[in-house]
Design a protein around this ligand. Structure first.
Ligand SMILES: [Zn+2]
Length: 289
């Protein structure tokens, strides 16, 4: 199964007080977000993706595990209804995101569908190494080859969801040669200790065989923007869950990205623009190294 959509309107600029479109000269790069499920890109990266979309970067979200019946806050009792509802939620997010943005569904079964276990059990019981390995191989096969002009945002795999772990492993396998950064999986990161997050960053850096620098992305109005985006996914998250995500972003002063040197170089044109706030958080970088 393969599904994609495009949203090309330039809506929402007025929702960013104090900001405006930068010059587009020289800006042609594409960012590809590896999103384990429909909603992970928005929950974890809504502020970052809006900034990129406004700057003229092509934003492409690749949703991996989209064969699912998971819709805990209302999506019907069957898989088709749940999947249809989730796709509509994604379309609403893309509509808000605007710019040159699109979203593709790879159609792989999510962990509950693959294993026959409930979501709670999937999060508690360690997955079999066979499931992890076989599914990661399958995902690597489904991920497209992309050119060097593409930068990649992949999940750090904070928390216990096997699909997030597999998505990170596949991204490392397929795209380690490209500019790559890792985002903090939400809402899971909001329940993780800073030691756990630091450990996951160290583990990821070791697998990448490259150090990771932490950057914060924030802009005036990012909090209401993120709330609006999270609210698109009504079948997936409660108001309490959305507040948890917003509180996490506010306590960190933005969305945190863990970046390779090559990824950082690609952001220089953005961070040089005073209208956008992308800054290195040195104390955390010291803590991880
Ligand atoms: Zn997820």
């Amino acid at each position: 199964m393969y599904k994609e959509s495009h949203a090309c309107e330039s809506a929402g600029i007025q929702q960013m007080p104090g900001s405006a479109l930068p010059d587009k000269a020289g800006v042609s790069r594409q960012i590809m977000v590896i999103s384990p499920h429909i909603d992970d890109a928005a929950f974890s990266l809504a502020a970052t993706l809006k900034l990129l979309a406004l700057a003229g970067t092509m934003v492409r979200i690749v949703n991996c595990f989209t064969l699912t019946g998971f819709a805990p806050f209302g999506g019907g009792n069957d898989r088709l209804t749940a999947m249809t509802r989730r796709r509509h939620e994604e379309e609403l997010f893309l509509h808000h995101l605007g710019g040159n943005s699109r979203s593709d569904d790879l159609g792989l079964e999510d962990a509950p569908a693959r294993t026959g276990l409930g979501v709670r059990a999937v999060l508690i019981q360690p997955s079999s190494s066979y499931d992890i390995t076989a599914t990661a191989i399958h995902l690597v096969e489904r991920l497209e080859e992309v050119g060097n002009e593409t930068a990649v945002l992949a999940p750090l795999a904070i928390g216990n969801h096997p699909d997030h772990y597999i998505a990170r492993q596949a991204a490392l396998e397929k795209y380690r040669h490209l500019p790559i950064a890792f985002y903090e999986d939400l809402p899971y990161a909001a329940s993780a200790t800073s030691e756990r997050i630091a450990g996951t960053v160290r583990e990821t850096a070791a697998m990448l065989e490259h150090s990771l620098q932490v950057f914060l992305v924030r802009w005036p109005g990012d909090s209401p923007w993120k709330q609006k985006c999270c609210s698109c996914y009504k079948s997936q998250i409660s108001q309490t869950g959305i507040e948890k995500i917003l509180n996490y972003m506010q306590s960190n002063n933005g969305e945190r990205l863990w970046c390779s040197d090559r990824f950082v170089n690609g952001w220089k044109w953005l961070s040089a623009d005073s209208r956008f706030l992308i800054e290195q958080e040195q104390c955390l970088a010291d803590c991880i190294s």
